[in-house]
Each structure stands twice: as C-alpha cells, then as structure tokens.
Design a protein around this ligand. Sequence first.
Ligand SMILES: *[C@@H]1O[C@H](CO)[C@@H](O)[C@H](O)[C@H]1NC(C)=O
Ligand SMILES: *[C@@H]1O[C@H](CO)[C@@H](O)[C@H](O)[C@H]1NC(C)=O
Ligand SMILES: *[C@@H]1O[C@H](CO)[C@@H](O)[C@H](O)[C@H]1NC(C)=O
Ligand SMILES: *[C@@H]1O[C@H](CO)[C@@H](O)[C@H](O)[C@H]1NC(C)=O
Ligand SMILES: *[C@@H]1O[C@H](CO)[C@@H](O)[C@H](O)[C@H]1NC(C)=O
Ligand SMILES: *[C@@H]1O[C@H](CO)[C@@H](O)[C@H](O)[C@H]1NC(C)=O
Ligand SMILES: *[C@@H]1O[C@H](CO)[C@@H](O)[C@H](O)[C@H]1NC(C)=O
Length: 511
Amino acid sequence: MKLSLGFPLAVLPVSIFLGAFTASAASVATAGGGTGRDSLVNCLRSSLSSASSVYLPGDSGFANDTIRWNRYYQPTFTVVAAVANEHDVRVSIICATSSKTPFLVTGPRHGFSSGWQSLTDGLEIYTGAFNQVVVDAAASTMTIGGAVPMKDVGDALQPYGKNFPVAGASCVGMVGASLGAGIGRLQGLYGLMHDSLISARLMLPNTQVIEVSQRSNPELFWGLRGAGFNFGVVLNATYRVYDAPAQGTNFNADFEFPLSSVRAFYQAMHDQIANGGLPAPLCVATGLQFNRTINATTLKANAVYAGSEAEGRRAVQFLTNIGTDLRHNFTQIPWNRLNRNVNFLNNNPLVDQCTPGGVRGDTYGVAFNTINVDAHVNMSYQFDAMFTKYPEMRSSGNGGYFCANQAVASKPAHYTSYPWREAVGHQTWGFVYPAGSNTTEADIDNIPKKLRALIAATADTRGLNTYIGFSHGDESAETIWSGEHLNRLRALKRQYDPKGLFSWYHPIPLR
Ligand SMILES: *[C@@H]1O[C@H](CO)[C@@H](O)[C@H](O)[C@H]1NC(C)=O
Ligand SMILES: *[C@@H]1O[C@H](CO)[C@@H](O)[C@H](O)[C@H]1NC(C)=O
Ligand SMILES: *[C@@H]1O[C@H](CO)[C@@H](O)[C@H](O)[C@H]1NC(C)=O
Ligand SMILES: *[C@@H]1O[C@H](CO)[C@@H](O)[C@H](O)[C@H]1NC(C)=O
Ligand SMILES: *[C@@H]1O[C@H](CO)[C@@H](O)[C@H](O)[C@H]1NC(C)=O
Ligand SMILES: *[C@@H]1O[C@H](CO)[C@@H](O)[C@H](O)[C@H]1NC(C)=O
Ligand SMILES: *[C@@H]1O[C@H](CO)[C@@H](O)[C@H](O)[C@H]1NC(C)=O
C-alpha cells in the first residue's frame, strides 16, 4: 500500500533477482571441504573482487544490508557478501554451496510473506550495486539492474517522456516484482510489468549465465515470468517502455469516504466494471484504515488516469457521483511523482525514502473475477469491528487494487506462468502488530484468514487465486500458479534447480 497504509500495497513482491553473463570458469578458492562460517568467510575474502565487501554481524554494513521492510518472518544471516559484479555473485554462490551454507540473493528486501524465516544462519548475497537504469529512448527500451527500485525507474524515464507500468510503491524492486507478474497503474494499457520484459540476463543456480527471451530459452522465459525467483539471479533485465501522455502528467483523484459509504462505493465499482469496464488508462486503489483525526474508520479511494485532467474527470465521474465523500482533491501530477501525492499525501518525500524495518505485519491477498458487493461491505465492517475490539491493531489497513485490465486479459491465459489474467481486482490486507508485541493472528480471532476466505468464496474463481506479490506464504502452489501451469513449472525446476537452491520464496515443488 501506499505510505499511508502500513503496507505498500500496490506492489509487491520479492526482492529476488536474476542475472547474466556467459559462464566463464570463475577462479574460486572453494571452502576446501570445510563447512561453517570461517570457511565461508575465507572463501569469500579470497575470491570476491576488490569492489565488494564482506560484512559480519556487528558491522554497520551488515545491519544496513540485511534489515527488511517487514520485521516479521525475517531470514537470519551470519555473513553478508555485498557484491559488485557478476563474478562476485558467482563466487558467492560457489562459496556458499561448498561450505554448505544456505544463501539468499537479494536487493531492496521488500518481500514480506511468511516463509523467509525458514532460512537461518545463511549467507545474504546483497546486489544493491546492480542499480543502473539505462534508457534507449529511440528504441523505447530500458535495461535495469536486478536491484533497481520502482522510483528509480520512474525518475529515469520521466525526462525522456516515457513511462512504464510501475507499481504504487516506490521502494519495491522492479525486477523482483515483475518476476511474479507486476500489477499496477498503466496495466490496462500495457499489461503486467513482465508482459513488457524483452530479455533477462540470468545466472542459473549452477552459476552459468544465459540470456532468456522469446528467442533464447523460450520455455524458461515463460517460467521466469511468474515464477522467476525459482530459477536463479536476474542480473539485468530489458523492458519495453512507452510514450507518456499529457506531457508526462497523470490526473489524480483522491476521495475519503465514511464507513457508511462503502456499499455505495463497491456498488459503483461493480457497476462500472460490469457495464463496459474501467477505461484502460484508469487505476483505482482503496485504503480502509482507522482515521485517528476523526476517531473513525474511513475508506480512501485513489484514482489515477494516464491522461489529461478533462479526460480524467470524465473517467472518475462514477466515483464523484457517489457524493458522500468527507473530502476529495483532484490534481494533475508528474507521472514520476504520483506515489508521493496519491491519497492526499501532498508531495510527501518520505514516501520515496526507502527506510526499511518499519512494520511487523501479516499480509494477505485474493484475486477476484467479480466484485461481490455484499462480501466487500461485510469485510469492511469486520475490519472496523477489529479496530474496536483490538485497538492495538489500528495501524492496519486493507487495500483493493482495481486497475483496468484490458491489456492483461487480452493475452492468452498461458502467455506467461502467471495465471490470473481475468482478475478485475485484488483485495489485500496488511495486519500491523504493535511494535515490540508478540501478537499473532490467533490473538485476533484469526480474522486475517477469515477475511481472505470470505472474499475468495465470492470471487467467481475456482477456489483461492492469489497474485504472488500479495501472498501470505501459506498458499498452495496451485493457488499461485494454477494446476495447469504447475506441471510445466515443475519440469523447469527439475531442469534448472534440481537441488532447490533458490527455494526460500514460494518454491515450485519438485514433485
Ligand atoms: C550504514 O548506513 C548508515 C546510515 O545511512 C551510513 O552512515 C553508514 O555509512 C552505512 N554503513 C555502511 C558500511 O555502508
Ligand atoms: C547491467 O547492464 C549495465 C548497463 O549495460 C552494465 O553496466 C552492468 O555491468 C550490467 N550488470 C550486470 C551485473 O550484468
Ligand atoms: C472514539 O469513538 C468511540 C466510539 O466509536 C468512543 O467510544 C470513544 O470515546 C471515541 N474516542 C474519542 C477520543 O473521541
Ligand atoms: C481523517 O479524515 C478527515 C476528514 O476527511 C481528514 O481531514 C483528515 O486529514 C483525515 N486524517 C488522515 C490521517 O487521513
Ligand atoms: C490538493 O493536492 C495538491 C497537491 O498534492 C495540494 O497542493 C493542494 O493543497 C490540495 N488541495 C486541497 C484542497 O487539499
Ligand atoms: C458478515 O456476514 C456474516 C455471515 O452472513 C454475518 O454473520 C455477519 O454478521 C456479517 N458481519 C457484518 C459485520 O456485517
Ligand atoms: C516477545 O517474545 C520475546 C521472546 O520470547 C520476549 O523476549 C519478549 O519479552 C516478548 N515481548 C512481549 C511484549 O511480550
């Protein structure tokens, strides 16, 4: 979610990457048969390039590079290899495997689902140096490093008059998010983030570097787009980019509704989607939160339209017509400044400051093919009742993503390994527990799983469908990829990662 919600919604996923190069025989002093931290550290220090760093607990670089956005479900590490180049990634993987140390390749570290905590005493291979964005305006492409956050993509494209379907969270890794799909603004025009992926330089688990594209390793290219974090490290990725409308500005409409208006709001959304759909340039995102100023739960709705103010006002007329908002504000905003302005944020620069470690939370998400108004209203009132019964949960929020989906749904269901292209929206929840508490779901009547079940049961889908970027971590593989895609993915996993080295986040089951 946006800054205003505890959880960055519009985004998502995981900060795991892939990378590239042709495999050269890296000269690595392996751990010499030894195991444990000393042999790992010796191996790293004698093999890494001089531009890299090795950090141990207590070093400031260790804390800087391991702190995660969600303090819940954290993996633990005994060593960090802050790598500078492809060679360093390769030798780090070799040192880890030869010393029998579990490892995680990571960048912005916004992945928040449960499961990460199963990695203990590992090596973190930190790729923050892979932060370049190179725009080729004439070709309408960009090549970005595996650790580039969304905001850097926006800032790099804006001067060229280009845009891209980035998500609404500035600090989430672009490559990590797009490996899972990448939903967000502009998807009605250009599809999922990974629908714009042209090629990736991928370091496989065996440290060979290959190019993955429609022409080169096409089956792996299919699997990369939906389950990419299972197959290695994306070092660099090249995407198509687009000409921005309205001189690089978007129309932004913010509304804040009282709880008593949630039925009118979801009915309006339902009717608009059922009667012709949202206009392709439109994305509506909601945030239901406790508003401390007025001591009541409210529903914020943010609508962004990629175009002029005149067109944008027409596109959001169905929301303006509700007429019961507590306040609204319509503005025209530079495309790369949206995140710090949506939801009445009034150009708040904190939104773009990637300061991690802020929350201890549980996230859930459900994709739906239809908006069941009764279920969304009931869910909203149950959330409000949670704030009353458990006031310590008042930093929590839930958010819906209703981005137009024309360009997503126009691709065949098997175009990539992400399966839920028909979804008209995604409902997410961010349950934020008080700092320092040990509160768990069981202490709040298991409300999270009950709300997920309520929306899933009325979603007009076959069972629970979840976009991995909004997953909790307890979902079955079928819930994430569909049974149809799972067999194909399993074959790829057996071929490229038979030892399951890249399996800390939604591993594809090998059998
Ligand atoms: C860790 O972050 C702090 C604060 O940004 C900075 O002053 C310090 O130099 C960093 N340490 C390393 C080793 O990067
Ligand atoms: C990624 O691409 C950039 C720009 O072409 C290049 O400078 C960089 O070395 C590449 N990084 C890796 C890890 O391949
Ligand atoms: C907030 O509202 C609740 C009822 O919804 C009331 O019991 C409580 O006293 C109010 N608190 C303040 C500070 O007004
Ligand atoms: C709470 O709602 C009121 C009325 O819409 C608004 O003025 C105030 O800014 C809101 N507070 C927050 C934190 O959003
Ligand atoms: C509307 O938003 C703009 C930009 O964020 C801000 O400058 C302006 O003060 C806001 N207007 C109102 C009435 O809140
Ligand atoms: C939600 O629906 C359930 C089942 O119909 C009902 O028992 C419950 O009272 C409803 N809750 C709210 C807050 O409307
Ligand atoms: C939470 O659990 C930890 C470890 O068991 C304990 O040290 C701490 O005191 C607990 N905190 C609270 C607020 O109960």
